[in-house]
Write a protein that binds this ligand. Structure first.
Ligand code: SAM
Length: 313
């Protein structure tokens, strides 16, 4: 538990540092745009050091806020605190206000994107509003799950290559906005079927909309699961559980049910986020899957992740 806390803090620190480094680069360009705005080099060094420090404290304190408010508070705190130095050193008030605005405008989208990506990849545990279920990736992060940088780093077609054949029936459990669902639907072709299953209606609605847009609606069936029950009646050739098992409270029960849904000899690909799920926690998950009759075949390499391919014995 302590280890997990330290890991969460380290990841938050790395996310904040990344935001401040991007901010620093843009800020440097803004200050270099005119002699009137130039500041000594030590200002940039201090912005990286103090910006990361203030930002980290602000981010930890605001960690329970929803994404936009968290990014807003973070950007405001860092912008204001960084301007105090200019003010104390006698820079004119209009200069201080101008750069407070510029800093804020650079920080807000950068922080929003970085925090959202980190949340979407399960790197940071966002706290939840009362209507959200604890530890379930909120539908407000769907944008990041479906973002182009993610598709580039975790290309669904490449990851799934050779694992699914035409005409098969597959289940994408915890499908989220459906990045992998649509890729699976393309791979199984006209004769195949994909069951897109998720706890959250909003995620399923996104999958449905995308599937229609891509002309794949006929091949995809949307299925709402319960927290403790997948509830799919038919048997499938392949199951994908991408970045979702760590959100399932009772994994033993989940794998048992999953095993009954897989046809004998059926394949199961499990992928978990590396920075969020420790080696020990992943090993424990593998053991639970094995106990449910899923035999690990080989590790599967996925960027920033731990992945394993299983076969139902
Ligand atoms: C981090 S998202 C990953 C989404 C998708 N697999 C991807 O990689 O883009 C996790 C998803 O799993 C869903 N989820 C969590 N627990 C679940 C459960 N017990 N049954 C079905 N879906 C679940 C959440 O609603 C969320 O959409």
């Amino acid at each position: 538990m302590e280890g997990q806390k330290i890991r969460d803090l380290a990841v938050r620190f790395a996310v904040v540092l990344a935001v401040i480094l991007v901010f620093g680069a843009f800020d440097y360009v803004a200050h270099s745009s005119s002699d009137e705005y130039s500041v000594p080099p030590r200002y940039f060094r201090n912005k990286i050091i103090f910006g990361t420090l203030y930002g980290f404290i602000a981010y930890v304190l605001a960690r329970r806020l929803p994404l936009f408010r968290r990014a807003f508070v973070f950007s405001l705190v860092v912008s204001i605190l960084l301007q105090i130095r200019y003010f104390l050193e006698g820079y004119a008030l209009d200069f201080v206000i101008l750069f407070l605005g510029i800093h804020f405008l650079i920080l807000l989208p950068t922080a929003y994107l970085a925090f959202g990506m980190a949340d979407g990849h399960g790197l940071t545990r966002t706290a939840t509003t009362p209507e959200e279920k604890p530890h379930v990736c909120s539908a407000s992060h769907a944008f990041f799950l479906a973002s182009s940088p993610r598709r580039l780093l975790q290309n669904p077609r490449k990851i799934l290559e050779g694992l699914v054949a035409e005409g098969e029936t597959v289940l994408d459990v915890g499908c989220g906005p459906g990045v992998f669902t649509t890729a699976l639907a393309e791979m199984v072709g006209d004769r195949g079927r994909v069951i897109a299953a998720d706890l959250q209606e909003e995620m399923l609605a996104m999958v449905g909309k995308n599937a229609e847009k891509m002309g794949l609606g006929e091949r995809i069936r949307l299925h709402k699961t319960g927290v403790d029950r997948i509830g799919v009646a038919e048997q499938v050739d392949f199951v994908l559980a991408f970045y979702m098992i760590h959100e399932v409270p009772d994994r033993e029960r989940f794998f048992k049910e999953l095993s009954t849904i897989l046809k004998p000899g059926g394949r199961f690909l499990l992928v978990e986020p590396m920075f969020h799920v420790s080696k020990a926690a992943y090993k424990d998950t593998l053991e639970k899957a094995e106990k449910a009759g899923l035999t690990p075949l080989r590790p599967v390499k996925v960027f920033f992740s731990r992945g394993t391919l299983f076969r139902k014995s």
